[in-house]
Structures are given as C-alpha cells and as structure tokens.
Design a protein around this ligand. Structure first.
Ligand code: PLP
Length: 388
C-alpha cells in the first residue's frame, strides 16, 4: 500500500476537482484582475463565483466582507495587529483575551503585541480541555477589553470550543470577537449568522484547497487597518495582486467542504472512531478529550512507555504519516497546556501522537494503520523496557 496520510490537520490533499478548476488560471486566463484589457477582465466572473462560494460556505451576508489573503496566519495577524493599531494604541482598552491553546500564529502575535504595550490574558482550558464561558466572564471587562480571540477548534486535540456561547457573551458586552476557524471549516458547520463572530480566519489548504491562500471574514460595518499597504486590491483592505488561481480553488474547495460535511460527520467520524477504539484496546493508552466534543477527524493519544517522536519515525518507516501534535509547534518541548489542564502526568504529557483523517481516508487505510500501530507500540515498548 502507498503511504497512508493521517496528518490532515497539518494540511490536506488538494481535491482533484479543485486542481482541475485552478488549471486554466496558470497558463490561459493568467491576466492580472486589475488590468483593463481582456486578459484582466475575463477572470472577473470566475472570481465572483469563487467569492460567492466563500460567502455561502460560511453563510456570510452580502454586506459582510471576506478578504482573500495568503493564509490564516495572515488573517489572524491582520485582526490582532489591526486591533492594536485601531483600538489598543489609542484608547484605554488595552487588553486582548485569548487562550493558552491557540495556534502559534495567534499566540506569538499576542506575545509580540505585549512588547508594544498590549495586555494579554491567556485563558486556561478546563479539565475537558476547552475554555469555559465562566472563565471568560470572570476576565472580560468592557472598559478594558478590546478583543476576545478564541479558536473554534484546536489543531492538536481536535477539541471544539463552545464558540457560540463565547461569541454571544462577548458581543453582549459590546466587545469584538475573533475566531481562528482553520480547523473547523469542512469538519463542522461554520455559520457566521449563528455564531456572532466579528472576524473569522481560514486557510484553504486545510479543507482540500491549495496552499498559499486563505480568507478573513469581517462582519459588516467593521473596519480594520490593513496588514499590507500598497495597491487598492480588495478595496484597499489588503494590498497585493490576488492569487487568482488560489481563490478559484479555495472557492470550489469551500463548496465541496459544505457538500461533504455530512460525510465528514458520519463516515470520517466512523473511521476515526474505529481507529480510536483500536488504540484504546492497547493497554495504557489515553485519548485526549471526549469524542463528542472533538472534530470528527482527530485523535490525540498518549501511549505509556512510547516516546511520541519515536513512534512517528517508526510509523513513517511503515508508510504512515502522523504527527506529534501541531506541525508548527513540533520543535517545542513544552507540555501541551491541555495535558496540563487535564492533570496528565509528565510522562504522558510528552507523548502525544496525533492522527487526523480526511474524507479521502479509506477503510483499508485505517485497517492497515491499526495493524501497523499495534506492531509499532509493541516494538517500541520492548525497546524502551530494554533500555530502562
Ligand atoms: N490556526 C490553526 C488552528 C491551525 O491549525 C493552523 C495551521 O496548522 C493555522 C492557524 C495556520 O494556518 P496557515 O499555516 O495556513 O496560516
């Protein structure tokens, strides 16, 4: 069997329909959409269709904005730095409330803004690995808080945060709410009419679109200082020539993600649960977070006596791609804050192995992975007991 890819929270295969749809925009319709000639203007209807698909995908209204950018890292930076420039720098609202489990593109941007004078509160997760609305209530102060920024679903654990309640409470208090929805699109229903987020970031490559393109939703009436200054693209909200092929691909990927949502929540979940049950049948294994409150594709497991990295290498040798957690945090040896909140002992806290499936994962692959995983655990436990 060819390699089995179980690292879909890091990135996903580009759906072949998406790739096909993008193809003409590299060598045939390659004009700059800002040019006045036909090469420039002929791409407009395709771009409009792609934009419509993005709006429909998250149920945005006509008067809301979606800014097409390079990735969610850019979208999240735009919001956090924009709030710094627009609110924190020139008012008494100097505070951002976020969580201890955000992706580094939020976490490190917040740390940077602290060096410029912003106050940042990093909310801990509870014993279920999620952020309680109660803890937000105890920290949010409408006179001081400029922005609440909380991810929709966690990339390492797959745990889904109570985003509707968090956003509703924040909005009730008249404070802006931002969510990093990277791990939610394509796995959960994302509806900005239901969840009153003001800003929402996503990346196409996490839902079977291409890399290097993403979107930032901005609720109607809100303005934010752009991260990139230059030309008047995106109505002056994000300078730089639009990645036309990327946008076309992202639009279709969004539509396909919505169409496949039911498959994701039923079939992908079934395969995930099958893998998870097999993992839990191995003695002394622990899966982080309750199944019902995780994205349907994700498992983060700790296996006693097995080093996370050793396991990744061993699985890789056997053709299986998994991860020790976030690809971006893989250099860090700090314990995952969710493990800490769950009071897991130190040994387990360093051995997280993440399996993340997609709608392209097959039953055959899961069966093969189960067998390879069991063999790998046996091998590695023998090795680690030999060296103790
Ligand atoms: N936010 C979350 C939750 C993620 O999982 C990732 C990528 O892993 C990002 C943001 C950053 O996405 P990108 O690298 O596409 O900017």
């Amino acid at each position: 069997m060819e390699g089995i890819y179980l690292d879909n929270n890091a990135t996903t295969l580009v759906d072949h329909l998406v790739k096909e749809a993008m193809d003409p925009f590299f060598t045939q319709m390659y004009g700059n959409p800002n040019s006045l000639h036909t090469f420039g203007t002929e791409v407009h209807p395709f771009m409009r269709l792609a934009m419509d698909r993005l709006y429909q995908g998250i149920n945005a209204g006509d008067e809301d904005d979606i800014i097409v950018n390079s990735c969610a890292t850019e979208g999240n930076n735009t919001v956090l730095k924009g709030i710094y420039f627009d609110v924190i720098r020139n008012s008494n609202k100097r505070q951002i409330i976020t969580t201890q489990v955000e992706h580094p593109c939020v976490m490190n941007t917040c740390k940077f803004l602290e060096t410029l004078g912003a106050e940042v509160i990093y909310l801990p997760v509870n014993r279920d690995g999620i952020v309680d609305v109660e803890i937000l209530k105890s920290h949010l102060d409408p006179d001081k808080t400029a922005l609440v920024s909380i991810m929709w679903a966690n990339n390492e654990t797959g745990l889904i945060l109570p985003i509707k309640e968090l956003a509703e409470f924040t909005k009730e208090k008249g404070v802006l709410f931002h969510t990093d929805a990277v791990q939610a699109i394509g796995k959960l229903k994302v509806d900005v009419k239901d969840v009153p987020a003001d800003f929402l970031a996503f990346s196409a490559h996490k839902f079977h679109g291409p890399k290097g393109v993403g979107g930032l939703y901005i609720r109607k009436g809100l303005k934010i200082t752009p991260l990139l200054h230059g030309g008047e693209q995106m109505s002056g909200k994000r300078a730089g020539t639009v990645n036309v092929a990327g946008l076309i691909g992202m639009g279709l990927a969004m539509e396909l993600a919505s169409q496949n949502l039911e498959y994701e929540t039923k079939e992908v979940r079934r395969l995930r649960d099958k893998l998870e049950d097999a993992i839990l049948a191995i003695p002394e294994t622990e899966v982080i977070g309750k199944r019902e409150i995780r994205t349907p594709n994700t498992i983060l497991v700790s296996i006693r006596g097995v080093e996370g990295e050793a396991m990744i290498w061993d699985l890789n040798k056997n053709g299986i791609a998994a991860s020790t957690g976030s690809a971006c945090a893989s250099e860090s040896l700090e314990a995952n804050p969710t493990f800490v909140a769950m009071d897991m002992n130190k040994e387990l806290a360093h051995t997280g192995i993440r399996f993340s499936l997609s709608r392209f994962t097959t039953e055959e692959e899961i069966d093969y992975a189960i067998k390879a995983l069991k063999d790998s655990v046996e091998r590695l436990r023998v090795i680690s007991s030999t060296y103790i």
